[in-house]
Design a protein around this ligand. Sequence first.
Ligand SMILES: NC(=O)c1ccc[n+]([C@@H]2O[C@H](COP(=O)([O-])OP(=O)(O)OC[C@H]3O[C@@H](n4cnc5c(N)ncnc54)[C@H](O)[C@@H]3O)[C@@H](O)[C@H]2O)c1
Length: 427
Amino acid sequence: MGLREDIASKRTAVGVIGLGYVGLPMALAAADAGFEVIGLEKERDKRMRLMQGEALYEGLDAKLLRELIAAGRFRVSGDPSDLNDCKVICACVPTPLSKNRDPDLSFVEEAAMQMEAAIRQGEKPKLVIIESTSYPGTTRDVVEPILVARGLKSCFDFHLAYSPERVDPGNKDWDISNTPRLIGGVNECCGNLAESFYSSFVNEIVRVSSPEVAETAKVLENIFRGVNIALVNELWMLCDRMGIDVWEVIRAAASKPFGFMPFWPGPGLGGHCIPVDPFYLAWKAREYDFQTEFIELAGKVNLNMPYFVADLVSREMNRSGKHLKGSRALVVGVAYKPNVGDTRETPATKLIELLRNREAEVIYHDPHVPTFEVEGITMQSVDLNEEVLAKCDCAVIVTAHSSVDYGMIARSGACVVDTRNVLGKSA
Ligand SMILES: NC(=O)c1ccc[n+]([C@@H]2O[C@H](COP(=O)([O-])OP(=O)(O)OC[C@H]3O[C@@H](n4cnc5c(N)ncnc54)[C@H](O)[C@@H]3O)[C@@H](O)[C@H]2O)c1
């Protein structure tokens, strides 16, 4: 029986390298579909928590996790040699930027080496898939050379495809099963095998002609958001100067039923994707003597937003006859998006730093983030109640978590800067 039949009948173990926001839901979806899944995770603490049945991320089903572990369909491992028995291996490892804001592919390279070590010449081939977001060419020019370095042959010993994850943690409407899945195989046979694998737990597959198309499409999705958010952020700064409510403007424009899609301003970008991934393409473009102006400009505008918000706080304090210096500022929400506890790249970090630089004492409240570190200082989320608010001079709403009582903040008498328009009027 060939690999295709093994996949179709789920008679194969699946290895998932990296059990983060992307890898863990994918591993559980594959296990739930009937595969035996081994999740390779290098962080010991994550492995221990998972083995105890903790779902780790918002929106993940802890009951399902425990059932899959109990049924022997999902196992967590720290030993890369466990990948030897897997016929399908997916890499869901981080793709951060280096200190100089260049792509850091060290995690992808390490995963490729682990994949290579698990493939045996002469045995049935394995299907290896990269899910991490990266620049076009990563699968073919970075991963494949590692796989073939010691004599393995593409389409004989392994099949290689790129299939970007589009998960939106915390999104209740769109999950792995109903979000269409892009697949670009290095060769036709690789794409076909990847398609039969993902078809087991994804409703709609979108095949593209190459990994490069899928890689570029994935970064385009993130660039699209980054550029449009920058556009409305810039408009917010202008509207603020002109005394126009930018949220009302965007709502008005969005009443046009075609040709317009609303994006909303905010205190800056956050998360592992939008502030990072566009720069993977910008970096690659330089190899072709090409400047990606939109990416750079959007990055510049979005990076400036915490500074703009800090200025708004100073201005609002002045207007009410107070000074930021020596005041107590409450930051409401430090996660980068509503209803999750993910603080990666959150603009709250820069904003707190700026408020501290202006000699405010900063405290925060976030129902999803019990502790938060800024400039080496670990802060603890304060309770949100009238007593705490009475001792605050200003409050900055950074994240629009749905469980927060914004009315209480508005009534408190503190100066409020509302970067998410949760109070229904511009800041
Ligand atoms: N978070 C998102 O919403 C999202 C959405 C779509 C795409 N992506 C992309 O998916 C990729 C993964 O992102 P994430 O958010 O899941 O990252 P993450 O940091 O949450 O998880 C990655 C995990 O991989 C583990 N890891 C790294 N190298 C390993 C190795 N060699 N062996 C075993 N474990 C290893 C890390 O310990 C970590 O737990 C990135 O390229 C990201 O850009 C993320």
